[in-house]
Design a protein around this ligand. Structure first.
Ligand code: UT7
Length: 327
């Protein structure tokens, strides 16, 4: 494994104020609180206002990071915003966040790997810094999924919410955070989870025109619970580590039953798993930083703890990284 020279030095997060409860969803579609909690673990989710977009959420997550860790970001030389719900197709949400923060002379790009976005973003930040090309990278995972959710489809509208998290990654040869990674893509299964774009090639059920998320939940579920444990194994092998050396497992927070099943299959203790879905729902690229930040605020994660971050979903793609928490 290539020697990392990058360290995560700060974290921040933000969720919109408005709460959408399961009881509210009962009024929209044929569902009920008991079904949603027992099948997903989700109790409520946050919803962005009409005029609030991904760049606003990402910007607020960075402000939170700056305030809590007393960090300046004016010398950041790359902004990576992981999202599949950008404000615009172009400019990127990263461009908008750069302007809101007043950062000069920084690269700014959006990265779309859906629910695996944030772990891909951290992996890219590590690569850019460890190669010597960049010194200070902001990685933001932010989504406004409510704007692409079909609130007449009970199989998806109960799942998604809005929110964002951010991490600052800086050059540090002495105390690097990044230990190993594992990436995989199965594009041949992409029709099981998509959000419409310019092509109509997935439009078999006439759903594309809605520009909303379409998901075959059962198929994505089966794929995740079988492929994530295998990927986790590869990730640990790449690091020359075993599961008992991992303090916290942070899988993508899509569904608590899926997380329980992955833990059962890998024999990882569920009480050392961090997730953000109970109060925030599935926020795609934001679930992992939100889960970590909840645990940081509760003082559960300690300096030098080893974390496995494992994103998976639309693509279908997955990205896992092992990091050492250094803050
Ligand atoms: O973040 C990206 C990655 N995405 C995921 O990881 C999502 C993976 N999938 C899932 O989380 C689950 O598949 C869902 C939560 C989406 C669905 O749960 P499930 O246990 O797989 O349900 P199902 O699709 O197998 O449906 C079971 C039953 C069906 O009724 P019948 O056919 O058995 O009569 C559905 O029509 O539950 C019904 N159903 C509902 N009932 C009440 C589906 N949605 C609802 C609902 N309320 N909201």
């Amino acid at each position: 494994m290539h020697q990392s020279k990058a360290k995560i030095t700060a974290i921040g997060s933000y969720v919109p104020e408005h709460i959408m409860t399961n009881q509210y969803l009962e009024k929209l579609v044929d569902t009920n609180d008991e079904w949603i909690i027992s099948r997903t673990g989700i109790v409520e989710r946050r919803i962005a206002s009409e005029h609030e977009f991904t760049s606003d959420i990402g910007y607020n997550a960075v402000l939170d990071l700056m305030q809590r860790y007393n960090k300046a970001v004016d010398d950041v030389d790359m902004i990576i915003t992981c999202t599949f719900t950008p404000d615009f197709k172009t400019p990127s949400s990263a461009n908008l966040i750069q302007a809101k923060l007043g950062i000069k002379q920084s690269g700014a790009i959006d990265l779309n790997a859906a629910c695996a976005g944030f772990t891909y973003g951290l992996h890219m930040a590590n690569a850019l810094i460890s190669s010597g090309l960049h010194k200070k990278v902001l990685v933001i995972g932010a989504e406004t999924l409510s704007k692409v959710t079909d609130y007449t489809d009970r199989s998806t509208c109960i799942l998604f919410g809005d929110g964002g998290g951010a991490m600052l990654v800086e050059y540090d040869e002495q105390h690097p955070s990044f230990i190993s990674y594992h990436l995989d893509s199965e594009g041949e299964k992409s029709h099981n989870l998509y959000c419409s774009g310019l092509s109509s090639s997935m439009n078999e059920e006439q759903l594309l025109a809605t520009e909303k998320i379409v998901q075959n939940g059962r198929e994505v579920y089966k794929w995740a619970v079988s492929s994530v444990p295998k990927g986790l194994n590869t990730l640990l092998q790449n690091a020359n580590m075993t599961l008992d050396q991992i303090d916290w497992f942070v899988p993508h927070s899509a569904n608590l039953r899926m997380i329980e099943s992955i833990c059962e299959r890998t024999k990882f203790p569920i009480d050392h798993t961090l997730y953000s879905l109970v109060n925030y729902g599935n926020t795609s690229s934001a679930t992992i930083p939100l889960a970590i930040d909840l645990a940081v605020k509760e003082d559960r994660i300690k300096k030098d703890d080893h974390l496995v971050l494992y994103g998976f979903g639309g693509g279908l793609t997955q990205a896992g990284i092992i990091i050492k928490w250094a803050i």
